[in-house]
Design a protein around this ligand. Structure first.
Ligand code: SAH
Length: 342
């Protein structure tokens, strides 16, 4: 009989509020998060509150290869800051200072006594066209990794939420993927890697297969007053640019870190009233409200018991969630990545 393998020793870079850790835990693989790293105090408070461990608070840029070797880790999970690759970020790519810690840590891989055997990178769509991406692929290929890349969104997993993201899955030889026929490719469907009898509903992105938003909402949140109601002056000013959805809708837009601070392009707004006597009711009659942080966490498929420490403000909650990731997407990807070939 095959001896039981020791648990994976995992480093979680740019840990934020722990979306990667939740995703990994959900796979059920024997894993130990040896250390998590994030520079943001508030994110680390939330991480500590939920996992009982405070991430190493420092700049990833200044970690040395010796320090990395001392962790004795064999898997790296990374979700570096996305601003350099978004349209708002002017697309200066690697020249942007925010990309430098990621490039720096990746460049250490060839110098490590124990380089990782498994590596997972999450980023925004657009990253795959950046020079940082080119650099990443070059370093990993030279260091003996096989790569598979994906662009996937929660809608493809039955969640009524559009948040397409780029993912790089890398395994260092002799490790290999279960489906090696897609090595080196960038794919936009999960059907090539999901187990046929997977309980995850993988569609090719049509919202009609999704649950309705009602399943992700908190009961009794007021849309006509209180902190979540959208003020009338914003409706007057920004109404035409608002993405309005209903509890019966099977879609909503990506929540960004600026949700609640700005209404345009930062995420959907929920209509809590549906006047029955008007064909096209005015926006101000719809009881428009923001999704609550709990609802955003639900759409990111965070576990029911995920929670914020009381001192974290509403704006900070939205900012942290907007930076985080969809567990419904990342967990099956990690499941596939950490699986041995059949
Ligand atoms: N996946 C995470 C969020 C990643 S967002 C989650 O689930 O929440 C990127 C994170 O990287 C942010 O939390 C930011 O504080 C952190 N960060 C950015 N640059 C950093 C650096 N140079 N060193 C350490 N952390 C950094």
């Amino acid at each position: 009989m095959e001896a039981e393998k020791p648990p994976w020793r995992v480093l979680e870079f740019y840990s934020g509020i722990g979306g990667m850790r939740y995703s990994l835990e959900q796979t059920g693989f024997p894993c130990e998060i040896v250390e998590a790293f994030d520079i943001n105090d508030c994110a680390n408070d939330v991480y500590q509150h939920n996992f009982g461990h405070r991430p190493f608070q420092g700049n990833i840029q200044s970690i040395s290869s010796d320090e990395l070797d001392r962790y004795g880790a064999n898997a790296w999970l990374m979700s570096p800051p996305c601003q350099p690759y978004t349209r708002q970020g002017l697309q200066r790519h690697s020249a942007d200072a925010r990309a430098s810690s990621f490039i720096k840590i990746i460049e250490l891989i060839p110098h490590l006594k124990q380089p990782p055997s498994i590596l997972f990178v999450e980023n925004v769509v657009g990253f795959e066209k950046s020079d940082t991406h080119e650099h990443l692929i070059e370093i990993l290929t030279k260091a003996g990794f096989t790569l598979q890349e994906f662009i996937l969104s929660p809608v493809q997993f039955g969640v009524p939420y559009s948040r397409p993201r780029y993912f790089c899955l890398a395994k260092r030889r002799p490790l290999c993927f279960q489906n090696s026929s897609i090595d080196g490719q960038l794919l936009t469907s999960p059907s090539t890697f999901l187990n046929k009898n997977s309980s995850v509903l993988a569609t090719d992105g049509s919202f009609e297969f999704c649950q309705s938003l009602g399943n992700f909402l908190q009961a009794g949140v007021d849309g006509t007053g209180g902190v979540f109601a959208v003020p009338h002056h914003l409706i007057e000013r920004w109404g035409p640019a608002m993405d309005v959805v209903f509890p019966s809708s099977k879609r909503c837009c990506c929540f960004t870190k600026s949700y609640y601070r700005y209404v345009k392009g930062t995420g959907s707004l929920l209509a809590t009233l549906q006047p029955s006597d008007q064909d096209e009711p005015a926006l101000r009659d719809l009881g428009l409200r923001y999704f609550t942080p709990k609802e955003v966490a639900n759409l990111h498929s965070f576990p029911e018991d995920f929670d914020f420490p009381a001192h974290v403000s509403l704006r900070q909650r939205y900012a942290l969630l907007g930076n985080s990731l969809s567990i419904a997407v990342v967990s099956p990807l990690l499941q596939y990545l950490f699986s041995d070939p059949l």
